[in-house]
Design a protein around this ligand. Structure first.
Ligand code: 6PG
Length: 247
């Protein structure tokens, strides 16, 4: 794989602005190539970090197809829902057509296997016919990193770290509540054209140094290694990057 590209910023506002500019460039490259822009979003603070896209005339919202990297198995209006967070902080404030947003099927919350199969089919509808590849090739996947080094709903030591076949997996034992979630697997993340981690704040300083400087420790975030020609980027603030040798 290509070496990760690390971008560190003095504060969140500059990070937000630069992330918006990066996203718009990725959008342009994707639209020039195929007229669509496929994006996967995470929860946590990520939806708020996309505020630089609001009121930005360069964003072609009608060309976006948005999926969720992971989702908690809760109704769409539940406070734990990543879809709710993205709707609140982003989609409710921009002209994106509702059919371009792909949340989990809330009628299947009682059957995790059906729920994750249905979400995999939702991805297949977008990707499979257009692409003979075995895994979807997202134009952009945006990830966060937890203080324990998890990303998506891929947690340290969990059996899903070695999943090689499924596109979407489910878990009922997330160490971080809520316990029931579905998540992209590594093959999906690692086939994307661009994967971006966004991590800010001094609580991330030791984890970030572990992931970037000691990848052999195998923290979940260190296992994100997009296959060539895919590229991994980090958008971090100086507080998070302080102990990182690679800066
Ligand atoms: C979850 C959280 C989690 C979060 C990371 C990073 O699924 O339990 O949403 O995955 O994204 O902990 O959080 P921040 O981006 O808020 O630091």
């Amino acid at each position: 794989p290509n070496a990760p590209i690390l971008n560190s910023f003095p504060n969140t506002d500059v990070l937000v602005e630069s992330l918006a500019a990066f996203t718009i460039k990725a959008q342009k490259e994707s639209l020039d190539k195929k007229g669509r822009f496929t994006v996967a979003l995470s929860g946590g603070s990520l939806p708020k970090m996309l505020r630089g896209l609001i009121d930005n005339p360069a964003v072609k919202w009608d060309k976006w197809q948005v999926f969720y990297v992971d989702e908690r198995v809760v109704p769409h209006d539940h406070p734990d829902s990543n879809h709710l967070a993205c709707t609140t902080h982003l989609f409710s404030q921009v002209p994106i057509p509702a059919e371009n947003i792909h949340p989990i099927d809330a009628s299947l919350l009682n059957d995790l296997e059906e729920l994750s199969d249905a979400y995999e089919k939702e991805l297949i509808r977008e990707f499979a016919q257009k692409d003979s590849a075995r895994f979807p090739i997202f134009d952009l996947i945006l990830l966060g990193m937890g203080p324990d080094g998890h990303t998506a709903s891929l947690f340290p030591g969990h059996e899903l770290l070695t999943e090689e076949d499924r596109w979407i997996a489910y878990l009922e034992d997330s160490p971080k509540p809520p316990p029931k979630r579905i998540t992209f697997t590594y093959p999906v993340i690692n086939h994307a054209s661009r994967v971006v981690f966004v991590a800010a704040g001094k609580e991330k300083v030791d984890t970030l140094s572990g992931v970037l400087d000691r990848p052999e420790e195998g923290l979940p975030s260190a296992r994100v290694k997009p296959a060539f020609p895919g590229q991994l980027y980090w958008f971090v603030d100086d507080a998070a990057a302080e102990k990182t040798g690679s800066v």
